[in-house]
Write a new protein. Structure first.
Ligand code: IPE
Ligand code: IPE
Ligand code: MG
Length: 248
């Protein structure tokens, strides 16, 4: 583990774990073998976040658009989510990890919904890494849901139209209880955000790499963290206004 000063680490990392299918195809394996290998990568990255005391990690596991995939792949993915959750939950709990889920889980089979609620319940009082998994998640869905909640609150008299501000929406969107993502990583070579956390990444540093997700290991993650540590985050101000203390 390289010595990136703690204050230069991101507080919240979000990852689009892309490239499982291509990883499998290159080995002449079925796509699901790539998804299985992707779970091994994820386990290592979660461990590294725990060791580095990164407060929050959010990963994209299944997008609202991924239902378009062949039925067989979708079914195998759902089975993999259930078996992985069952296998990993003890270890996550022992590592003081708090597990959260974002996305419309109502679309999933009851068995998966039950595993999700019990994993959430079991780990809710943990105080270590906040680890969120986005399943059946879409950034547009997230914004639409927040708007729906605002409309309900207006109809029921909780707020008035004049109260609407960025904060009104920001507090009703997924992950509102966490600081905004600092570092966004997408593996697999594509330079797009694929409907992930559209509202939340307004000022996030974007890191794209060619490694396919099953090949994304501790060294690759360190590379991304070092890249992030070298960023100057200006949030609209100019370089001279930014406090450089402790950077680089
Ligand atoms: C990401 O890998 C995992 C999911 C979307 C579930 P892909 O399955 O998209 O892998 P590629 O992009 O086809 O290689
Ligand atoms: C994004 O990957 C979704 C996840 C990693 C879960 P995709 O492979 O589905 O993205 P697109 O469709 O190629 O943009
Ligand atoms: Mg893909």
């Amino acid at each position: 583990m390289s010595n990136i000063p703690h204050e230069n680490q991101p507080g919240h990392v979000v990852i689009i774990m892309d490239g499982n299918g291509r990883w499998a195809k290159r080995r002449g394996l079925p796509r699901i073998a790539g998804h299985k290998a992707g779970i091994d990568s994820l386990r290592k990255i979660v461990q590294q976040c725990v060791r580095r005391e990164i407060p929050a990690l959010t990963v994209y596991a299944f997008s609202s658009e991924n239902w378009k995939r062949p039925e067989n792949e979708v079914n195998l993915l759902l089975k993999l989510f259930i078996s992985s959750l069952e296998r990993e939950i003890r270890n996550l709990h022992d590592n003081n990890v708090r597990l959260g889920f974002i996305g419309d889980c109502t679309a999933f089979p009851e068995l998966l919904q039950n595993s999700i609620s019990s994993a959430h319940e079991l780990t809710r009082n943990n105080t270590g890494l906040m680890f969120n998994v986005a399943i059946n998640y879409g950034g547009r869905w997230d914004i639409t849901e927040a708007v729906r909640k605002i409309v309900i609150d207006i109809y029921t008299g909780k707020i008035s139209i004049d109260d609407i501000s960025e904060e009104t929406l920001g507090s009703r969107i997924c992950l509102s209880e966490l600081p905004s993502p600092d570092l966004f990583i997408r593996t697999g070579g594509e330079m797009r955000v694929s409907n992930f956390l559209l509202w939340q990444i307004a000022y996030t540093e974007l890191y794209f790499c060619d490694s396919l997700w099953p090949d994304f290991d501790e060294t690759e993650f360190e590379k991304a963290l070092r890249w992030y540590a070298g960023r100057e985050r200006r949030f609209g101000s100019i370089s001279e206004q930014v406090n450089h203390a402790g950077r680089n």
